[in-house]
Design a protein around this ligand. Structure first.
Ligand code: ARG
Length: 446
C-alpha cells in the first residue's frame, strides 16, 4: 500500500524525503488526537452532504475512535516512510476499511487538516495554560494577603528607595498575570475559529457544510474566507506566541527577583530547602537553580513571536512548506511554559519571607520620604522639608519612624487584591472552555 498520499509513479529520492519531512514524524504525534477529531467531524459532514453513506461513516467513526484510543494509550506511531500524521491516519483507515478509508480525504487538503489540528491542539493547550496561570495567580494573591503588612525595601536603580511590602511584591506579579490573561483570551478567541473546509486554501467544489464542522468541533465561528483561513497558518501561532511571551515576561522578572532576594546579601525570602540545589565543591550551597532555569526558558519564550516571524516573514498568501518549520518552534513551547508555571506555583506557595529585614539600619534612609511628607503635612513646603531631611541624613541626625501609613489604592496597606481578582476572573470566565470540551466528547462518544 502506498505510504505517501501523493505517490503516483515516480520514486522519491530518500534524501529529499528526509529533508522535507524534517521533524514531522516526531512533532506530529502531538497533533494526532486532534487530527482524529477533525476527521470525525469532516466525515460526519461528508455524510451530511451525501459523499459518504451512513454505513461508511459509521465504519470510519468506529475506526477513528479506535485510533484515538491507541493515541491516548501512547501506542500511536508514524511509521517509517509515512510523511506525517495526516498520512498515517488515512493509511490506518485504508488498511482497515479499504475504499471507505480512501474516501475520507474528499473535499479537504493536508493544508486545512494541519490548520485545524493546530487550532484544536492550541485551544486545548491554552485552556491548560489559563488554568495554570490562575493557579499561580491565586498563590500570589494568598501570599500577598498574608504578608500585606510585612515591610520590605523598595528599590530604584537597585538603590534602597522607599518602603514597600511583601504584600505588594507578590500582588504585583498577580496583577501582571491578569494583564497576561488578556493576551491569552485574545489568542484563545482567535484560535477558536474553524479553518476546515478551506482545503488547499481555495475551498472545494464539493458543497461542504462548514457550519456543521464548526459546530461539531465546538468552534465559536469559522475563518470564513478560505484564503484568510490559510493565511492564519503562522499568524495564529504568532498571536498565541505573543500571549505565551507575555506570561513568560512576568515569570522571568519574578524569577530574577526571587533569585536576588534569596541571596544572602538580601535575605528577604527563603526558598524551601527541597527546592534548592547543591554544589559539587561548596558544601554550604543551596542554589536557586529552579528560578534560573525558569528565567532562561522564559527569556527564550519571549523570543518565540520573533522566531516565528523570521520563518514566515514576507511569505505571500497561500500555502508554503516553510510553514511546517513553525511547528518546530511552536509545539514545544507549551510544555516549557506549563513546566515553568507549575514550578513557580509550587515555590511561591512555600516561599518564606523575612519579617525582620527592617531592623537592619542599612535600610533606615528609605523612610526619608515618610518624614518629608510628615513635615509637609504639618505645613512646611515640600521642597524645604526635602532639604531639611536630606541635611539631617547627611549629618547623621535622622531617626526613621518605621510606622508607615499608606492608604491610597494599590499602596502598602491597601493592595486592592479583591479588585485585581475581579479583573482576572472576569477575563478568565469570559472564555467558554466547556463548549469545546463537550463538543470533543460528543465526537468521541464519551
Ligand atoms: N507537514 C505539512 C505542514 O506542516 C502538512 C501539509 C502538507 N501540505 C503540502 N502541500 N505539502 O505544513
Amino acid at each position: 500500500m502506498a505510504k505517501k498520499l501523493w505517490e503516483k509513479n515516480i520514486d522519491v529520492n530518500p534524501e529529499i524525503e528526509r529533508f522535507t519531512v524534517g521533524r514531522d514524524r516526531e512533532l506530529d504525534l502531538l497533533l494526532a488526537r486532534y487530527d482524529v477529531l477533525g476527521s470525525i467531524a469532516h466525515s460526519a459532514m461528508l455524510n451530511n452532504i451525501g459523499i459518504l453513506t451512513d454505513s461508511e461513516t459509521s465504519d470510519l467513526h468506529n475506526e477513528l475512535r479506535n485510533i484515538y484510543g491507541i493515541i491516548k494509550n501512547g501506542k500511536f506511531i508514524i511509521e517509517e516512510g509515512v510523511e506525517d500524521v495526516h498520512s498515517q491516519v488515512e493509511l490506518l483507515l485504508t488498511r482497515k476499511l479499504g475504499d471507505t478509508g480512501k474516501k475520507i480525504h474528499s473535499g479537504r487538503s493536508r493544508n486545512d487538516q494541519v490548520l485545524v489540528d493546530l487550532k484544536l491542539f492550541t485551544r486545548h493547550e491554552l485552556q491548560n495554560i489559563c488554568k495554570a496561570v490562575i493557579g499561580l495567580f491565586d498563590a500570589l494573591q494568598r501570599q500577598s494577603e498574608k504578608n500585606k503588612d510585612v515591610l520590605m525595601p523598595g528599590y530604584t536603580h537597585l538603590q534602597v528607595a522607599m518602603p514597600s511590602s511583601f504584600g505588594l511584591w507578590f500582588g504585583a506579579y498577580a496583577e501582571s498575570l491578569a494583564d497576561d490573561m488578556l493576551f491569552l483570551q485574545a489568542a484563545y478567541k482567535m484560535c477558536n475559529r474553524n479553518p476546515l473546509g478551506s482545503a488547499a486554501g481555495y475551498g472545494s467544489s464539493f458543497p461542504l457544510n462548514r457550519t456543521m464542522t464548526t459546530e461539531l468541533l465546538g468552534f465559536d465561528s469559522m475563518n470564513y474566507n478560505v484564503v484568510y483561513a490559510q493565511m492564519g497558518r503562522g499568524k495564529s501561532e504568532k498571536n498565541v506566541a505573543f500571549a505565551l511571551a507575555s506570561v513568560a515576561g512576568t515569570l522571568a522578572k519574578m524569577a530574577f527577583d526571587a533569585c536576588m532576594f534569596n541571596s544572602q546579601n538580601f535575605g528577604f525570602v527563603k526558598l524551601p530547602a527541597e527546592c534548592t540545589t547543591g554544589s559539587s565543591i561548596m558544601p554550604h550551597k543551596k542554589n536557586p537553580d529552579v528560578f534560573e532555569i525558569m528565567r532562561a526558558k522564559c527569556n527564550r519564550l519571549q523570543a518565540l513571536p520573533m522566531d516565528i516571524t523570521m520563518v514566515m516573514n514576507n511569505l505571500p498568501s497561500g500555502y508554503f512548506r516553510d510553514l511546517q518549520v513553525i511547528k518546530e518552534l511552536f509545539l514545544p513551547a507549551f510544555a516549557d511554559i506549563k513546566d515553568c508555571l507549575s514550578m513557580a506555583t509550587y515555590i511561591i506557595e512555600r516561599i518564606e519571607v523575612n519579617k525582620e529585614i527592617l531592623n537592619d539600619s542599612r535600610y533606615d534612609a528609605m523612610f526619608s520620604v515618610e518624614e518629608v511628607n510628615r513635615l509637609a503635612t504639618e505645613g512646611m513646603p515640600f521642597r524645604d522639608a526635602y532639604k531639611k531631611v536630606g541635611l539631617d541624613i547627611e549629618a547623621g541626625a535622622f531617626t526613621p519612624n518605621k510606622d508607615v501609613h499608606h492608604t491610597h489604592e494599590g499602596s502598602i496597606g491597601n493592595p486592592c487584591n479583591e479588585e485585581i481578582r475581579k479583573i482576572m476572573y472576569g477575563i478568565y470566565e469570559a472564555m467558554d472552555f466547556n463548549k469545546a470540551r463537550s463538543a470533543e466528547q460528543a465526537l468521541l462518544n464519551e
